[in-house]
Design a protein around this ligand. Structure first.
Ligand code: C2E
Ligand code: CA
Ligand code: CA
Length: 522
């Protein structure tokens, strides 16, 4: 209930009671008492009674409203479990108790497998019901003293104290898996016949981490490892760590070495033969039958032993190891140099470069980034001419809206175009986006993949486009793979299109060869 509605409700209740009291209490007294002196005394008592009754009533109403407000703040409204903030607070308290009582504290992060896809098939209402079922199953599977939270759309967290806690949690999650199946089967429509399972990661205090934040991070790392193994896996931090640590260490070392050895930008057709770390460019089209109007720059790493490493993997490594700035600098310089010398930059509206949240997460980082990027007069001119667009993910923008507003304003003032990448996944509100100085929203690929006229994703995409146009923003759809998606997006008046259907990410030489021919793939 909004504050104004709550206030109106309290006022109306007060006025109704006041009116009833005024209308009927005097009449009742007149019927009951004849003596004027007694009447006077009764009138005074009546006044006191009125103050008492309305006082209690006010207290009651205020208490109800405040409790409701607190619940909304502390609990996830859909499932009644703790929200992310409160769960972290609760883990903090649990950790203190565990330390005092010499106990272990286990934290498990449980993720529903394939929830996003299932949700788009069965609809949001059924999706919500499914989440409520899962929450109910978690409640009944875990002991009452366990701390339970829902920390993201399809992610639940559990903290439990005790001895041999890892074994206990694994057994409890096993029980949860079997409980999930029958209880959820009725939620599945004929369209959504996949089974529902969950994956989980577990970390334990004191052996895996000693601080609440680290404990939750360790459980999340274990969850990522479990997800990598497929659906329905449970992984402990220890396992994940020992499986991963040597491969991770090798990749980090190789990436750092490759970056420092990186020679001049490649110009040969097979760029990966010259430079293991090279750029691919994916074209974007305003008109799919016309020429490309802009490109997105995507970094590639062809590891000499392990083959192509996904950017999702190595970008995260560089972020965690603190050298993402160097990697971003390399991408920016190489892109400007390659596109500039080939003459392509003149023919494009702009070039879109992915920047990590770490590159711009503070005023100093943003200024450093801009200073390094605009290292010569020519590049500075490109920025001022609006030829450089920075893609920043919606989730990183939403982490600290105030800070984001400030930093984006600063970058915008210098001339950068700003695109909000993976839009639709970060739960941002219209009011937040309208305050940010952005030029473009980039609809997340997951919405495009399942785009059908009767799907929820279609409604979401339609809403995003309408909203963006109302705010005078451009919309780009990425991940376009078939003609049906193309037709729907064109009908919805999506401004720009990008995807394998129109062109895969290719090295510069191929991009140059294909420029002018329209599509880069057929
Ligand atoms: P992103 O920015 O969302 O990039 C789009 C991803 O979707 C790219 O994957 C691209 O190859 C892929 N893609 C494009 N069209 C299609 C399609 O039609 N179908 C499918 N299935 N996929 C399509 P990629 O290159 O593996 O990059 C993954 C992520 O890695 C990027 O997601 C971005 O977050 C990050 N990344 C890549 N290069 C850089 C970089 O230079 N700097 C930073 N900070 N991040 C980068
Ligand atoms: Ca991007
Ligand atoms: Ca994206």
């Amino acid at each position: 209930m909004t504050p104004s509605r709550a206030a109106i409700k309290i006022t109306i209740i007060y006025m109704v009671i006041g009116l009833v009291w005024i209308l009927f209490s005097d009449r009742a007294l007149e019927l009951l008492v004849d003596d004027p002196a007694t009447m006077m005394r009764m009138q005074t008592l009546k006044g006191w009674a009125y103050v008492l009754v309305t006082g209690v009533l006010f207290g009651l109403l205020a208490w109800t409203m405040l409790r409701k407000q607190r619940e909304l703040h502390d609990f996830d409204t859909l499932t009644g479990l703790l929200n992310w903030y409160m769960f972290r607070e609760a883990v903090d308290a649990q950790l203190q108790s565990a330390k005092l009582n010499n106990q272990q504290l286990g934290v498990a992060v449980i993720n529903l497998d394939g929830f996003r896809q299932l949700n788009s098939q069965i609809g949001q209402r059924a999706g919500d019901a499914l989440l409520q079922h899962v929450a109910g199953s978690i409640r009944s599977s875990f002991p009452t003293h366990a701390t339970l939270g829902r920390v993201a759309a399809d992610e639940f967290c559990i903290a439990l104290r005790g001895d041999d806690i890892q074994r206990q949690i694994i057994d409890l999650i096993d029980r949860l898996q079997t409980e999930l199946q029958p209880s959820l089967s009725h939620l599945q429509t004929t369209d959504a016949k996949q089974s529902v399972s969950c994956s989980a990661g577990i970390a334990v205090f004191p052996q895996d981490a000693r601080q609440p934040k680290e404990l939750i991070t360790a459980a999340n790392l274990a969850l990522a490892e479990a997800k990598e193994k497929g659906q329905g896996h449970v992984c402990t931090y220890r396992q994940a760590y020992s499986d991963n640590v040597s491969r991770r260490a090798t990749l980090v070392r190789d990436l750092a070495n490759t970056l420092s050895r990186q020679s001049n930008p490649a110009t040969t057709a097979d760029a990966s033969k010259t430079n293991p770390l090279y750029l691919a460019y994916q074209p974007q089209f305003s008109d799919p039958k016309g020429k490309m109007t802009s490109v997105e720059v995507l970094l590639r790493w062809a590891h000499p032993l392990h083959g192509n490493i996904s950017p999702d993997t190595f970008i995260e490594l560089a972020e965690q190891e603190g050298f993402i700035g160097k990697l971003t600098d390399y991408v920016c310089r190489t892109a400007v140099e390659e596109l500039g010398t080939s003459g392509l930059l003149d023919t494009l509206d702009y070039v879109s470069i992915n920047v990590s949240a770490h590159d711009i997460n503070s005023a100093t980082a943003s200024e450093d980034f801009a200073r390094r990027f605009e290292h010569d007069a020519a590049t500075k001119q490109l920025v001022e001419a609006g030829k450089i667009q920075l893609e920043i993910t919606e989730t990183s923008v939403m982490q600290d809206k105030q800070q984001a507003l400030h930093l984006l304003q600063m970058l915008k003032k210098r001339g950068y175009r700003i695109s909000v990448d993976d839009f639709g996944t970060g739960y941002s509100s219209l009011s937040v986006i309208s305050r940010l100085p952005v030029d473009e929203l980039k609809i997340d690929r997951s919405f495009v993949t399942h785009l059908r006229e009767d799907s929820n994703d279609y409604l979401i995409v339609r809403t995003i486009i309408a909203m963006a146009h109302a705010l005078d923003l451009q919309v780009v759809a990425e991940g376009l793979e078939n003609d049906a998606q193309l037709l729907l997006l064109q009908n919805l008046r999506c401004d720009k299109l990008q995807g394998y259907l129109l062109g895969r990410p290719v090295p510069l030489a191929q991009l140059k060869a294909l420029h002018g021919t329209g599509h880069t793939s057929t």
